[in-house]
Write a protein that binds this ligand. Structure first.
Ligand code: SF4
Length: 333
């Protein structure tokens, strides 16, 4: 609850250095209680204990695999949200949630299978990374990257997401470089246009998952409102304005969007553009009746993109054994 505490300091005319200390304790030392704030006098710690909770979230569960840790949090209003820490070489990436479930209803997604509850507050978004930073502190490591690819559509919670990005990027707080932050959207075109004027160099990923309107609308109902042609135009405008390439996310689902024809359609849509395609192998889960494609199908799909000079990579589903992979964050039952 950093913002509220900072406000309290200001209203009570505490000297500026106390606010600097507060920032340092929360965002650099990742303390987990007011009692750990030993640079503050005892009386101040007591006041804070009495008036505030340091966190609005409480950590209820962690599940680990070799290269991921899933964190389940409970909100004050008894909802559950999830974040995933991905360990890759020296990178420590946190996949944050921005909403409690999601109204976008993508057919392959576990989050979208449950009714949307509400947007997360700035505190709730930031605290996911505070808890994970505290977890990493014990291993002498820190969060290096943030991706808004957890539960929810970040651009439907635009203002809070933008404010949280500023906090992640602030050199007096998390100090995570803007280029190490990625916001992923289903393609809310007006927000993509707003985002291209955001003054930080944050990256944009757009979930495509199909290269024709009929199939995309079946998989992602939002396509009826923001169809492919206009979406790709918005992606092009983003690149022109920011000089940054857009990542297009494409979840490969067996016998749905993984054929050579589908790959050729994607080539037609993106050829000659400054883009990167992330091919994500679908993670089966209980909320949808889809299957994972075989490795040879995935490789063939990528080969077609490569032979047409479309840069791509295959994202394997790290974390799927703990339901922490893309499209699998469904909150605790
Ligand atoms: S894929 Fe993303 S936007 Fe679509 S329903 Fe799931 S969480 Fe929402």
């Amino acid at each position: 609850m950093y913002k509220e505490i900072e406000q309290y300091f200001q209203e009570n005319n505490l000297p500026k250095f106390r606010i600097n200390q507060l920032e340092d304790l929360i965002f650099k030392q990742f303390v987990s209680s007011f009692d750990e704030m030993s640079t503050f006098p005892k009386s101040l710690r007591e006041q804070l204990n009495e008036k505030f909770d340091l966190f609005t979230l409480s950590l209820v569960e962690t599940k680990k695999t070799k290269d991921t840790v899933k964190f389940v949090f409970k909100t004050k209003d008894d909802n559950y949200i999830e974040s995933v820490l991905i360990l890759h070489d020296k990178r420590r990436t946190v996949c944050v949630s921005s909403q409690i479930f999601c109204a976008m209803g993508c057919k392959f997604c576990a989050t979208g299978a449950k009714p949307f509850k509400r947007n997360l507050t700035v505190n709730e978004i930031v605290e996911q990374v505070l808890f994970i930073s505290n977890y990493l502190k014990n291993k002498n490591e820190r969060v290096t990257n943030i991706v808004y690819m957890g539960m929810g559509e970040p651009f439907m919670n635009y203002d809070n997401v933008i404010e949280s990005i500023r906090i992640f990027n602030d050199e007096n707080k998390f100090n995570i470089g803007a280029r190490h932050i990625v916001v992923s959207t289903v393609g809310i075109i007006p927000k993509i246009k707003e985002f291209m004027n955001f003054n930080l160099q944050v990256k944009l990923a757009i979930s495509l998952h199909a290269a024709n309107n009929k199939l995309r609308s079946e998989l992602m109902p939002i396509n009826d409102q923001y169809p492919l042609k206009k979406l790709i135009e918005a992606g092009d405008q983003f690149t022109k304005k920011t000089n940054k390439k857009v990542s297009y996310e494409y979840v490969l689902i067996k016998n749905v969007n993984d054929s050579e024809d589908h790959a050729n359609e994607l080539v037609k849509l993106l050829k000659g553009k400054l883009v990167h395609v992330n091919l994500i192998v679908y993670n089966p889960h209980e909320f949808a009746n889809f299957e994972k494609p075989s490795k040879s199908v995935v490789d063939k799909f990528k080969k077609i993109l490569n032979s047409n000079n479309i840069e791509s990579s295959i994202r394997h589903s790290i974390g799927d054994e703990i339901s922490g992979a893309c499209g699998q964050l469904a909150g605790k039952n």
